[in-house]
Write a protein that binds this ligand. Structure first.
Ligand code: BES
Ligand code: ZN
Ligand code: ZN
Length: 505
């Protein structure tokens, strides 16, 4: 995909497909296309007059104009000005690109959204994200690829103001890296469990590290045994696939702030002996969405050479059943020394994460520690499928993450971490139980993790169980054109990228 920023009046743009936008409640205010309008005899104004173009959100109208260089104009409705957001740019450009692809167009030109009072860097980033995220497909295993010849090859962002071309260029480049990283995460998540094993994941992490000059270390089962990771290892015990802990370190600002990210990478979660019912097990190849988002963040941060330091830990294992598997009521000794009573082998994510949190805090000093995981079905019950749950001991971290969520469209909402929830995790025989009962499931999972975080460590937990995967049935009401209707959403990478960028600023 080639991205060009061109400073040219719209009427001079050579393109098969020129996209412009109009607001519903400012439908007569189309000053920015006035010179274009002149050349096409006020055709757009006429369509507005007759009510054919109303500017309703996602309304689209196609013109085949004469008198200008472009062969088609797509007029996209932006809806009401007060409802405008950067995310609407993504949605609009995703729709436009998909439309262009459907009619086999290879190149698309789009105006710079100067009618929207947005920062040019941000608008270009969102234009590109909408297009690249919106065109994603996972068709690797289809012998007949749907319209594989149909590919948009070039995007031109058109501005009438040469002074902002540089900003558009920078934002566009960032958009390319961020969307490619998110699409990479989608690919990782979409691979079935037998393909995306801990070993395969760690090979891909190795590739990312090599490509971007990032330090990498991969712990094998024997290394984890030496560290005493009794909780993590218990989860791996029932699987023939060896577990891996991948640690990547990017140093973009020696002496500056360091962020740590820990991602849950359960490459298949059968539930273990507390086995999941068939319907619940169906998509559990996606239970490594946290680790995938962590790798995606590392990829984006290192490609864009952010002036920050980032340590990423990806904890990879299957949760399976065999004669060796851990059992309900087992008592585990974690790396921290705390003992854990296993009430349910399906609450494996927190067992993997607790040792990973202990590990990262033992070997790295971080100014902020993030963990991201498809941790609890209860997060879906609490917040649905478009907002991730977050819990933290730091208002400051929440502030940064919340803003990153609003900006990226990968929104988060905070749940409380009150100490009183700890009562649900009290064990008769061990220091803590791994399950706190049905009520407040997302909170008790976070309370469990908090037990493994040092008092003075600023930490934020992100539960993406509801947001990492899309399903056809849910897509019917979520209706986000840049998120696939089925499969991995790539969530977490753009969110965490903007979080680390803002935290280290
Ligand atoms: N991987 C699941 C959580 C999950 C559920 C992710 C649905 C995505 C969609 C996790 O390991 C799990 O099974 N959690 C249990 C915990 C329970 C046993 C306390 C759950 O949420 O039911
Ligand atoms: Zn589970
Ligand atoms: Zn799980």
């Amino acid at each position: 995909m080639e991205l060009k920023v061109i400073s040219q009046p719209l009427e001079e743009v050579k393109s098969e497909f020129l996209v412009i936008t109009v607001f519903e409640d400012e439908i007569n205010n189309i000053d920015y296309i006035q010179s274009l309008e002149k050349k096409i005899n006020g055709k757009i104004a006429k369509l507005i007059e007759t009510g054919e173009v109303k500017g309703k959100y996602r309304e689209f109208t196609i013109l085949h104009p004469e008198g200008i260089e472009a062969t088609r104009i797509l007029i996209m409705g932006l809806g009401k000005r007060k409802d405008f957001s950067l995310d609407r740019i993504r949605s609009i450009t995703a729709n436009s690109a998909r439309y262009a692809r459907r009619i086999d167009i290879k190149e698309m030109a789009i105006h710079d959204f100067s009618n929207c009072n947005v920062d040019p860097t941000e608008s270009a980033e969102c234009i590109v994200e909408g297009i690249l995220l919106g065109m994603y497909r996972f068709d690797k295993y289809k012998s007949k690829k749907k319209h594989s010849h149909k590919k948009l090859k070039t995007i031109q962002i058109v501005t009438a103001n040469p002074d902002i071309a540089e900003q558009l260029e920078a934002g566009g480049k960032k958009g390319v890296v961020l969307s490619n990283s998110a699409n990479f995460v989608r690919d990782l998540v979409n691979e079935p469990g037998s393909m995306m094993t801990p070993t395969r994941f760690s090979e891909l992490a190795q590739e990312v590290a090599t490509d971007n000059g990032v330090d990498i270390k991969i712990l094998e089962r024997s290394d984890m045994q030496k560290e005493g990771m009794g909780a993590f290892l218990a989860v791996s015990q029932g699987s023939d696939e060896p577990p891996k802990m991948v640690i990547m370190e990017y140093k973009g600002n020696p002496g500056g702030k360091t962020i740590g990210i820990v991602g849950k990478g359960v490459t298949f979660d059968s539930g273990g002996y507390d086995i999941k019912p068939a319907a619940g097990m169906l998509r559990m190849y996606a239970d490594m969405g946290g680790a995938a988002a962590t790798l995606g963040t590392m990829k984006a941060v290192s490609e864009l050479k952010l002036p920050i330091n980032l340590v990423a830990v990806m904890s990879l294992t299957e949760n399976m059943v065999n004669g060796n598997a851990f059992k309900p009521s087992d008592i585990l000794t974690s790396m921290s020394g705390k003992t854990i009573e296993v009430l349910n082998t399906d609450a494996e994510g927190r067992l993997v994460l607790c040792d990973s949190l202990t590990y990262i805090q033992k070997y790295y000093k971080t100014d902020a520690l993030v963990d991201i995981a498809t941790l609890t079905g209860a997060a879906i019950i609490a917040l649905g499928r478009t907002v991730s749950a977050t819990l933290t001991n730091s208002d400051e971290l929440y502030d940064h993450l919340y803003k990153a969520g609003e900006y990226s469209g990968e929104r988060v909402w905070r749940l409380p971490l009150y100490e009183e929830y700890r009562a649900q995790l009290v064990s008769d025989v061990a220091d803590i139980e791994n399950v706190g009962g049905r009520s407040a499931g997302t909170i008790t999972a976070a309370i469990f993790l908090k037990d493994f975080v040092d008092e003075d460590q600023d930490w934020i937990h992100i539960d993406i169980a509801g947001t990492a995967m899309m399903e056809e049935e849910i897509a019917r009401y979520v209706k986000n054109p840049y998120i696939p209707k089925e499969g991995g959403t790539g969530t977490g990478t753009r969110l965490m990228f903007h979080f680390v960028e803002s935290f280290c600023n």
